[in-house]
Design a protein around this ligand. Structure first.
Ligand SMILES: [Fe+2]
Length: 188
């Protein structure tokens, strides 16, 4: 049962990615690996963190297509709540998974370390070089050179502010400084 919910949530997330192409698979996998790693290092509940992770950006692709990215948490939450009903979860677990979704952009406080892990792992999509260059490759084609760099400048700021776990701050802090400096040197 416990494995089921993780696998089902992953399947659902990948189905949406296949349909809308967002988030791209490199971004999806970077944070997925980080959620697993952080759960092990911080002794957190993988079922909660991974299920929350797979559900948190479930509707990002569709929201992007509809030009309302800022609504992706609410849209993902609607689908996630229905999804969670299929499993016999206790209220506490359900609340924590929902918090992983609601808090992943800092909109509401974390009520558990699993939600904190999801938000911190999400930051790797832009602050880790693999995520940074994946963004350049994927978004750059459509958005163009300057707009992409401006977007990245704003994104790395947004994601850096959300970092709360020491391991992540230490790992990503230096990249943050380097990317800011590099982008500034291009855009002036
Ligand atoms: Fe998101």
């Amino acid at each position: 049962m416990i494995m089921d919910i993780i696998q089902e949530a992953r399947r659902l997330a990948l189905k949406e990615i296949e349909k809308f192409g967002i988030p791209n698979l490199i971004h999806f996998e970077i944070s997925e690996k980080k959620v697993i790693e952080l759960c092990e290092r911080l002794n957190a509940d993988k079922t909660i963190a991974l299920t929350g992770y797979y559900l948190m950006d479930l509707k990002l692709g569709e929201a992007f297509k509809l030009n309302k990215v800022e609504d992706h948490i609410k849209m993902s939450l609607d689908v996630a709540k229905q999804f969670l009903e299929k499993f016999k979860l206790d209220e506490e677990t359900k609340k924590k998974i929902i918090n992983c979704i609601e808090a992943h952009h800092g909109g509401v406080p974390f009520i558990c370390k699993e939600a904190e892990i999801c938000a911190n792992a999400d930051a790797y999509r832009f602050l880790h070089p693999k995520g940074f260059f994946a963004t350049l490759t994927f978004i750059g084609k459509d958005l163009g050179f300057e707009k992409t760099l401006n977007l990245l400048y704003q994104k790395i700021d947004e994601k850096y502010k959300i970092l709360s776990i020491d391991i992540c701050k230490k790992e990503l802090g230096r990249y943050y400084d380097q990317f800011k400096e590099l982008i500034k040197s291009v855009l002036g």
